[in-house]
Design a protein around this ligand. Structure first.
Ligand code: 48F
Length: 257
């Protein structure tokens, strides 16, 4: 039997639309599939929460692929070692308190565990705004194909509703910046300037976990976004803080739900 082109088209269209519509009204929506977003999604999905990540690029992993200056190795500290081990990532002891991993292995295994846990990743989709409820609480994401943005087309987006939203967009803190610019909160973290401070790994790594919080009603900041919102230090290619921050974001939401 020959291969039927139209069967291929129907299969792709039908399967995607069936799956997509199952994620229009969910528990948690996450913007960004970097290490913090993936870890948050994994912890939430593991306990049965319906969670989707919307990732602008085709590839997942954010800034983890490139290790440090494109040497594809990441470093984590003792406190975060378990988060690599839970994903069966091979780690090597590097003196007291430090562990290294192949960054490519780390990304694919973090992603694989996240998907196996039941989280859904939609790639090539950008979060371009938030959905608000009548009290101006964040109640979901406004999404569009990234290619529409790249092509500079004026096409109205679609909307996803979620009980909680997570900004895991990294250094740019994109969703928090949108809320700051459009909603203009008069109090709280998003009433202040957004932008990270220069490098200090020790301070930055501790701060990123502390700064993981609900920065605006319904919106949790995790990963480098949490430090950008707080004006805290960046930390370069040590990734323990990102993973621990994602875990904390998930735990905070589970307590609230
Ligand atoms: O930047 P990223 O890896 O964020 P992270 O989880 O981790 C930061 C580290 O990689 C590194 C570091 C470690 O010490 O400092 O930089 O905080 O991943 C962010 C992801 O979000 C996507 C982006 O393509 C990337 O994959 N992203 C950004 N803006 C949007 C988005 C958006 N508006 N909609 C969807 N995805």
């Amino acid at each position: 039997m020959g291969i039927d082109d139209i069967t291929i088209t129907k299969t792709i269209f039908n399967r995607f639309t069936e799956e997509f519509k199952d994620f229009f009204d969910i528990d948690i929506a996450i913007a960004g599939a970097g290490p913090s977003g993936l870890t948050a999604a994994r912890y939430l999905a593991e306990v049965g929460r319906k969670v989707a990540i919307f990732e602008r690029k085709l590839s997942i992993g954010g800034g983890m692929w490139g290790g440090g200056m494109m040497f594809p190795v990441i470093v984590v500290q003792d406190e975060a070692k378990h988060l690599l081990e839970e994903c069966n990532i091979d780690i090597r002891r590097e003196g007291r308190g430090y562990w290294s991993a192949d960054s490519i292995e780390a990304v694919v295994k973090l992603c694989s565990k996240t998907i196996d846990a039941g989280a859904k990743i939609f790639n090539g989709i950008s979060v371009e705004d938030v959905l608000l409820d009548k009290d101006n609480r964040v109640n979901g994401f406004v999404i569009n194909w990234s290619s529409i943005d790249v092509a500079g087309l004026h096409v109205d987006p679609l909307t996803i509703r979620a009980k909680y939203c997570i900004d895991a967009t990294g250094h740019a803190a994109e969703i928090c910046s949108i809320v700051k610019k459009k909603v203009k909160p008069k109090t709280g973290l998003l009433s202040k300037d957004i932008g990270e401070f220069s490098m200090h790994a020790d301070i930055g790594e501790k701060a990123v976990v502390e700064n993981t919080r609900e920065v605006y009603p319904g919106l949790i900041a995790t990963g480098m976004c949490a430090n950008a919102v707080a004006g805290a230090h960046r930390m370069g290619p040590i990734f323990g803080g990102m993973l621990l921050s994602g875990k904390k974001a998930a735990e905070m939401i589970l307590e609230k739900l």
